[in-house]
Write a protein that binds this ligand. Sequence first.
Ligand code: TXA
Ligand code: MG
Length: 346
Amino acid sequence: MNIKTTKILSSQKKEHIKLAAQMLAGGNLVAFPTETVYGLGANGYCEAAIAKIFKAKGRPNSNPLILHVNSLDQALDSFDFTQNFNEKLTQKRLFELAKHFWPGPLTIICHKKRHIPGIVTAGLPKVAVRIPDHKVAQEIITLANIPIAAPSANASCRPSPTLASHVLTTLNGKIDALVDGGACSFGLESTVLDISEARLKILRLGSIKTNEIEQILQEELECSINTGVEQEKLSPGMSRKHYAPKISNIILCDYLELQKAWLKPGAILLKKSSAELLEISFGKRPNSSVTEQLPNNAKDFAKELYAAFYRLEGKNISPLFIEKPSLDISDCSWAAVSDKLRRAAA
Ligand code: TXA
Ligand code: MG
């Protein structure tokens, strides 16, 4: 049920940015753009405001939130290194990672300081923090002068929003305001990394590739991303079904299955190069079908994926056949996209 009017603010207007920051500081829910996806912000120190995030999204309160800050000092103010297995090494990891990836799409998890409210971390002893690389997000955080707790600005389990209109698709009337800042440049969530244990652990694949992190830290990562129960314990947001468009039947296809799907009605989402190949071999698709062609390289494919999901669900068509990216183990560019597609089809 819609309970309030969601105020639409423009990132081009200084007074709107100021208002968004004031609203956040005052305990309201405000969605804003980041370089990855739109976030649904609340005052990171205010339990009542954070509780509203869970309600608006329909998010289980066992699923912790990322704190968005605008400086390394603010991040340091959230972490308690004395709780980590090796205080010095953890600090060294953080500084190295911050130097290379912040501001940017890397979320870092460490033990939290006491003053971070338990509702942010869903009662877990560790907190997730990142500095977004987006002018509007940074201005809002600076003006509000508090860390902003923000999950992706979508109803729970739906695809993350990469345009302001996507936020309204699932949250209109449930949040106080939305700052429209156009399209997000990555279009894929941040990579989530726990640096607090002896082995570095990737909890969510995202915009930063795992091999980039390994290169910077000269350490091997543990990356047990799967859709199992173990994963959900480590990072409660990584449930089996996630990032899914509202389409009743979603099927991941290898190339042979895709050939069959090409000649059926329904929707297909695939790489442009695959569509061209299929059209040469099998001709045009049936009249009533829908074909979404995404760029051939992983980065641009990821950037456009969620927008394609929202377009497809708007067309009310089922089934949706999705081309499964072939995974070259030595190249992890497609790993995050593959993971999202697998969860969308789960
Ligand atoms: O790119 C992003 O990360 C976006 C933008 C808005 O920053 N945010 C985002 O938040 O995707 P959300 O809540 O949709 O996803 C955060 C993920 C979830 O899978 C959550 O379980 C995990 O991070 N997470 C957060 N805090 C954690 C913690 N303390 N321990 C383990 N996992 C945590
Ligand atoms: Mg999310």
